[in-house]
Design a protein around this ligand. Structure first.
Ligand SMILES: [Zn+2]
Length: 570
């Protein structure tokens, strides 16, 4: 491709709306263009990257026996009524009405559609197992689209669904997919960490995410260096620290003038925050929920949402709290009635806590559960923190950040039962098909690749994903010998099947080198009057500092060797 003809202009300035490196760089290199919030066009360079990712994904899915098909974007409400999942998706669903006043959704995922399809095709255990996948555009109305391709409302995704006769079959399919996913990330040059995950609105049992580790990633990962335990913070568990243990003392009301937060109250009464009980109020589908947790810990809202099985969860408003007869800043689980109360099990780890008195400027000392109050439900709803104990081995947990680029779930028979996807086993019994689902965000992988591979000058594409392998840069195109050599080399490289972006513009070396670094094409090849004098060209890998001179004679073979050597390493 000639750069002078390429439908893309690079930008010098950093676009004001872009915060993350991948957002800035994909805009500046003209890979993508924003059409609306969270909605993008892919320009030729970006589209080439996307198709390369798709191709690697497709090959790895085919390798483990996946069969590619294509399902529609439009999905009828009637199908979703069978699983009732539209309630869990809530406002994330794009809803539309057709001319006959029927409700349709723009598909955010395809479990319903594929289960219905398989129901019509599968009769007996002989038809199973099946691995079916598509690479399709999905729609989710994100509340806060951000970060370019990281959080979008329309996106390309590979989704595979497995269908098995029993749980052992599902385990096998799940293992196959874990390995296939690991191969995909390795081949893309994008190392990803496998972490335990929450299964969210998709539902189901076991679930893992594949996360590209990068400091700017919005997902927090809690992990253990010692045994390899790793989980998204939404799901992570930990061994909570023990609080102080002492004989329960009598309740005692104390004045705490003006003290409202845990920090203020603990400081004022000179007790550690782990000796306080924190009250947090939530509105779960408009019902008020009172949560009690030890003062040094935070509520994990995903765990809470899963416990409450609600679709909308937010902190309650002051008005909601007041209406329930509670005093914010001094709310107390003592004497509470008529409000659903949940406690984190950390309130059992310690004695003689300070809690609210439910009147302004007062708290109560020596509160002990269950002596002094009751709760409706007690379980782990705390956010795991680095420094706490690993749930498997007890070693101290650490935390890092990353970008989720894949998510796999064991669904079990949730969907097949609701949608009537049964099969006859060897004994002629009718059983529900056991399912799994497996997704890879293709556009997200492109953003993650940039996030993980860039410097101040621009992108440093992993070779397998780069839009082109070689950036052929001709300096002094006005000199006939340069133009002739560069044109010939361009033709030879193309003929040899090497993907080459040919900078044939009449620009200065500075402009050309800056664009080469910004675009991040892995191998730069420079044809210049000076190098030509010694019958050579200069080559430089974007990921390395040093350039080298190679003889022009036999250069195509040399470049092909270097490229294949690096591709086979991936
Ligand atoms: Zn561990």
């Amino acid at each position: 491709m000639r750069l002078s003809r390429l439908f893309t202009k690079t930008l010098r300035e950093i676009p004001a709306e872009a915060e993350t490196a991948s957002h800035q760089l994909t805009l500046r290199t003209g890979m993508i263009h924003q059409v609306a919030a969270g909605v993008y066009s892919y320009l030729p360079l970006g589209w080439r990257v996307l198709r390369k990712i798709e191709q690697i994904v497709r090959e790895e899915m085919d390798k483990v026996g996946g069969q590619e098909l294509m399902m529609p974007v439009l999905q009828p409400l009637e199908l979703w009524e069978k699983t009732q999942r539209h309630h869990a998706f809530g406002k994330s669903l794009f809803v539309l009405t057709d001319r006959r006043e029927r409700t349709l959704f723009l598909g955010p995922t395809h479990e319903e559609v594929i289960t219905e399809l398989v129901r019509h095709q599968v009769r007996s255990y002989r038809d199973l197992p099946l691995l079916l996948y598509q690479i399709q555009t999905k729609f989710r109305d994100e509340p806060r689209p951000r970060g370019g391709l990281l959080r979008v409302r329309e996106f390309s995704m590979m989704d595979l669904y497995s269908f098995d006769v029993d749980a052992e079959g599902l385990d096998l399919s799940y293992q196959k997919m874990r390995q296939a996913y690991a191969s995909i990330y390795r081949r893309c040059g994008l190392p990803a960490m496998e972490v335990e995950a929450d299964s969210g609105a998709i539902g189901g049992k076991d679930s893992h995410e594949f996360t590209v580790i990068t400091p700017t990633g919005e997902d927090e990962i809690i992990y253990c260096d010692s045994c390899g335990y790793a989980a998204n913070v939404e799901k992570a568990q930990s061994v909570k620290s023990e609080g102080e243990r002492a004989a329960p003392l009598p309740l005692e009301e104390v004045a705490t003038p003006g003290m409202k937060t845990i920090e203020e109250v603990a400081g004022f009464l000179q007790v550690p925050q782990s000796r306080t009980l924190k009250a947090v109020f939530y509105s779960a589908d408009d019902d008020l929920v009172f949560v009690v947790i030890r003062g040094d810990l935070e509520v994990n809202e995903v765990k809470l949402r899963n416990t409450l099985k609600c679709s909308e969860l937010q902190l309650a408003t002051e008005e909601q709290v007041r209406r329930a007869g509670l005093v914010a800043g001094s709310a107390s689980p003592l004497g509470l009635s008529g409000v659903k109360t949940l406690a984190d099990d950390s309130i059992m780890l310690g004695t003689n806590f300070v809690a609210g008195a439910n009147k302004p400027d007062y708290h109560i000392r020596n509160v002990n559960y269950p002596r002094d109050f009751r709760v409706d439900l007690m379980l782990d709803i705390a956010a795991a923190k680095p420094g706490e104990g690993c749930p498997r081995c007890g070693h101290s947990l650490a935390s890092t950040h990353g970008i989720e680029v894949g998510h796999i779930f064991k669904l079990g028979t949730l969907f097949s039962e609701k949608l009537g996807a049964f099969f006859l086993d060897r004994e002629g019994r009718q059983l529900p098909i056991v399912m799994g689902c497996y997704g890879i965000g293709v556009g997200r992988m492109m953003a993650a690749a940039v996030e993980q591979n860039h410097d101040d000058q621009g992108i440093i594409w992993p070779l397998p994903l780069a839009p082109y392998q070689v950036y052929l840069c001709a300096l002094g195109m006005d000199k006939p010998e340069v133009a002739a050599s560069a044109e010939k080399l361009y033709a030879d490289l193309e003929a040899a099947g090497i993907e080459v972006l040919y900078d044939d513009r009449p620009e200065s070396p500075g402009v050309k080198f800056n664009d080469a670094d910004l675009l991040g094409i892995p191998l730069r090849v420079v044809v210049s009057p000076r190098a030509l004098k010694s019958g050579s060209v200069e080559i430089k890998w974007r990921s390395e500092k040093e350039s080298q001179l190679l003889p022009l004679e036999g250069i195509v073979d040399k470049l092909r060797e270097q490229i294949s050597a690096r591709l086979s390493l991936a």
